[in-house]
Design a binder for this molecule. Structure first.
Ligand code: ADP
Ligand code: MG
Ligand code: MG
Length: 877
């Protein structure tokens, strides 16, 4: 058997090897191979991480051997030696999963330093300050990441010494000061761990690698993975790379940059950097960074190299890149590149521009925009008129666009609690760190006082599509006492503020928000998506208003119109109740006759809003008791209105109660007991279609859908009623009108017998909410209570009600499609559950050959793009 290879030198990999080398490692390899200046190093694979967990959190000997072999090779290449005081090799140990998870896992810099090598480094570089600056950083990171010593304890020591020396920034500390920091850090380490800070570089290295493996499962990484649909069994790779130093003085520095503007998409390099700094300093907001233009002034030669590399990278990857670089004594190095995270606006502009620049095709452009991200553009913005009347109290950097209005909270914990109480929240912090992620998730928007456009808050908020303003130095936050000040003005926890992520403005009041406009790049891009996709996109809409909105967002029809929603209106509910408590079909018919004109009016409104586009109308579905009053006092009022006794109504309510209503008397079962209901609804549907056709000339072809069918004869019984009723009307009116009768596939038995069902059904619409519920046997209303345990124990990775369970429910769908088509080759197929708006589920629908997906109106653009992406990935005729 060939021995598995767990370690790859950068020149042995390439960008396609992300699964094995992680995104960071694969791109370091790619950049090395295209001749860019990357410090040499090697990658320990994700398979080594998976193996580490399999081996009870131990690194196997064969892997350790491979690591040290590679280290030997690195020593040769660099001419330095690990642990050698006369010329020490220092490395970084960097995490890197298949997809980037910014700030979620850990990295350690300057590894290889100890009490001897630090002296050697000082002598060699003739820069004692630099050597001890590197050492104190290493002890801090090793203590924090590997040994889980509370970061704040290191920060406190640093602050204390800074204060004593009257130093504003860490760069104001001298070599002597830093030596003192190192001494105190080591004391802290000993105090916390009961042993000296480890001096053996090889021990340091293996411990650091293990810590990176462990960081794959730290709580914030776990939360991030769930939010982003990243499976837990991928593991992380570890990159071990020779250090280059941005902290060697005034001709050194470190920075991050994007090849285009990540907020607007403008084709102009955008970045920030700091002189005499290392690693995360820029992102962590330790000092306020310079904009990238300043680099051109300060270090023109390095800037020229930087600019050339940026252009090359973008042409090479055919996408906007997010780059980390370091300049060591004037020499430029690249440390990372990845496809940059961007706002939805920027994503659209970049995709369209790249096509127009001839770098990519329209098809490739489809894959450059995250479909879910379009959601950002569909959210409200501030009402411009109201905005004119208010004055901002402060101004920060516009890090992630959108408008947010809510009550101020100062910690992630408080924000979460408030959100659970149903409050809208704006999270205000000095700066955010990965620990804040859950607070950021629940917030409408995020405001920080420190940090730049590439700070943690900015990057994460853009990824989430959340409004965010950073670096707002005008406000002084007191997190402890829960207030912030702007000059004299004091804003307390719970007060309302509004923030504008497009301008950076902060307002001390609530501001009305309005619908966004979808023009410009959005329009161009979505037109391309419509040209490419094969799946039709419809919307689930119950009212003319929703239907209208759906058409504006690009819906090509209604895939699900739920008639029961019309029954809850105030002026109708009493008629509905009359129908329910009716003693005989005579009484029931009377109530229904009164409902008919109203129901007809509903359909007229919907047909008119859809202007001739197809409309699928589902017959009454919910258990009847949902329409009845529950409390005695309500029963009393209703009974009075209906002219019956309290006891009588109470008895009816009791009689209609079910132990398990979702599996009870609902769906087609209602029409089997009460055919009059199906008759009335059919009349309303057909008469409305005739009326609209006569008025407008549009050819309305209603699609009448029977819910919850599990047996052909159920369908046949109701279909006969519909056909008889419809044909009578059509004959009577003498208007030619077509209609279709079909069914939902939401009971597993319907999927299993789809060949039979298709004999009567002209279309199938997969009702994947119920189908998921009945396939798993999970009640949708109760599953929330225990599904978290399933996620925690890794029994399920995702909520099957949000993302289609392809292995189980998907198998039923696939089977029903095949069986149905075998009986009726022109069977029309669609999906109308929640999943119809989920990109991964849409891809599945495309692949199994459905004709359309139907989702809520606001998800229509997402579905249009997801359908185009599915076509690009797996073209179908
Ligand atoms: P993250 O994934 O959180 O960005 P990284 O592994 O990229 O973590 O490293 C954190 C910081 O350290 C980055 O700014 C990176 O550029 C810097 N860094 C990593 N390795 C080196 C190195 N070999 N030399 C200099 N700086 C490095
Ligand atoms: Mg990085
Ligand atoms: Mg259903």
């Amino acid at each position: 058997m060939m021995k598995k290879k767990y370690v790859y030198f950068f020149n042995e990999g390439n960008a396609k090897m992300k699964e094995l080398l992680g995104g960071k490692g694969a791109n370091l390899a790619e950049m090395t191979n295209i001749g860019l200046p990357v410090p040499p190093g090697f990658t320990v694979t994700t398979e080594a991480c998976i193996r580490y967990y399999k081996d009870d959190q131990k690194i196997a000997d064969e892997i350790i051997n491979e690591i040290f072999e590679a280290l030997g090779r690195l020593e040769k290449i660099t001419g330095k030696k690990f642990g050698d005081p006369s010329n020490p090799l220092l490395v970084s140990v960097r995490s890197g999963a298949r997809v980037s998870m910014p700030g979620m896992m850990d990295t350690i810099l300057n590894l290889g330093l100890n009490d001897e090598t630090v002296e050697g480094l000082a002598k060699l570089t003739k820069n004692e300050r630099f050597a001890y600056d590197s050492y104190r950083r290493f002890i801090y990171m090793f203590g924090d990441v590997v040994m889980q010593i509370d970061k704040n304890k290191f920060e406190d020591i640093l602050d204390e010494i800074k204060e004593k020396r009257d130093a504003k920034y860490d760069t104001d500390l001298t070599a002597e000061d830093l030596k003192e920091v190192v001494l105190k850090f080591k004391q802290l380490y000993k105090q916390e761990k009961g042993e000296e800070f480890p001096q053996d570089p090889k021990y340091q290295l293996l411990e650091a690698i293990k810590a990176v493996f462990r960081s794959w499962n730290n709580p914030r990484a776990v939360v991030y993975r769930k939010l982003n649909d990243i499976p837990s069994d991928w593991g992380t790779a570890v990159n071990i790379q020779m250090m280059v130093f941005g902290n060697m003085g005034e001709t050194s520095g470190t920075g991050v940059a994007f090849t285009r503007n990540p907020a607007t998409g403008e084709n102009k390099i955008f970045g920030e950097f700091l002189v005499n700094a290392q690693g995360e300093d820029v992102v962590a907001g330790i000092r306020t960074p310079h904009s990238i233009e300043k680099l051109k002034e300060l270090m023109p030669k390095a800037y020229a190299e930087f600019e050339k590399a940026m252009r090359l990278l973008e042409r090479h990857y055919k996408d906007m890149q997010d780059v980390e670089f370091t300049i060591e004594k004037g020499k430029f190095y690249l440390l990372q590149t990845r496809n940059g995270k961007r706002t939805a606006q920027a994503a659209l502009r970049i995709a369209v521009d790249l096509v127009n620049e001839g770098l990519i095709t329209k098809e490739e452009a489809m894959l450059k925009v995250d479909a879910k991200q379009l959601d950002q553009l569909l959210h409200p913005m501030f009402d411009q008129d109201e905005l004119k009347l208010v004055k901002p109290i402060a101004h920060g950097l516009p890090a992630s666009p959108g408008a947010a209005c809510g009550k101020v909270y100062f910690t992630a914990e408080d924000a979460k609690k408030a959100a659970q109480r149903g409050e809208k929240v704006v999270l205000v912090r000095v700066e955010t760190s990965p620990e804040d992620i859950e607070g950021m998730v629940v917030a409408e928007g995020i405001l920080t006082t420190r940090g730049g456009m590439t700070s943690h808050a900015a990057v994460v908020a853009r990824g989430m599509g959340k409004c965010c303003v950073v670096g707002c130095g005008d406000i002084k936050v007191n997190e402890k006492d829960r207030y912030f000040l702007v000059g004299e003005l004091k804003i307390n926890e719970g007060d309302y503020i509004s923030i504008d992520g497009s301008t950076g403005n902060v307002y001390a009041q609530r501001i009305k928000t309005v619908e966004p406009e979808m023009t410009g790049y959005f329009e161009i891009f979505m037109k391309w998506a419509d040209e490419i996709r094969k799946l039709e996109v419809r919307a689930n809409a119950d009212t003319p208003k929703d239907a209208d909105q759906a058409v504006k967002l690009g819906a090509e029809g209604i895939g699900l119109c739920r008639t029961e929603h019309m029954f809850f209106d105030e002026d109708r509910i009493s008629l509905v109740r009359e129908m329910i408590v009716a003693k005989n079909s005579e009484q029931r018919k009377r109530a229904l006759d009164n409902l008919l004109p109203m129901q007809k009016q509903d359909f007229i409104g919907i047909y008119e809003a859809m202007k001739g586009r197809p409309v699928t109308i589902r017959l009454l579905d919910p258990p009847l008791h949902e329409f009845l009053p529950y409390e005695d006092k309500d029963i009393k009022v209703v009974a009075e209105n209906m002219g019956i006794t309290f006891e009588e109504l109470k008895a009816t309510v009791e009689a209609l109660k079910e132990f398990n209503p979702m599996l009870g008397h609902r769906g087609c079962r209602l029409a089997i007991t009460y055919p009059e209901i199906a008759k009335m609804q059919t009349r309303a549907i057909i008469e409305a279609a005739i009326e609209v056709k006569q008025k407008t000339g549009w050819d309305i072809i209603p699609e009448i859908m029977i819910p919850l069918v599990g047996e052909l004869k159920e369908l046949k019984y109701i279909k006969d009623i519909i056909v008889k009723t419809a044909n009578e009307i059509i004959e009577r009116e003498g208007v030619k009108i077509e209609y279709k009768v079909g069914t939902m596939i939401e009971v597993p038995r319907a999927a299993l017998t789809a060949d039979e069902i298709a004999k009567e059904a002209e279309f199938f619409s997969f009702g994947t909410n119920d189908l998921t519920q009945m396939t798993f046997g999970f009640s949708r209303d109760d599953a929330g209570k225990f599904l978290n345990d399933y996620y925690e124990k890794k029994i399920l990775e995702f909520d099957p009600f949000a993302k289609l369970d392809i292995n189980g429910v998907g198998k039923l769908i696939k089977m029903a499609v095949e069986l149905g088509k075998a009986t009726r080759s022109d069977l029309k197929l669609g999906i109308c559950g929640e999943h119809g708006g989920d990109p991964a589920s849409i891809e599945f629908c495309h692949n199994v050959g459905l004709d359309y997906v139907s989702c809520s109106p606001y998800r229509v653009p997402i579905a249009r793009l997801a359908a185009a992406q599915a076509q690009v990935k797996n073209p179908r005729k």
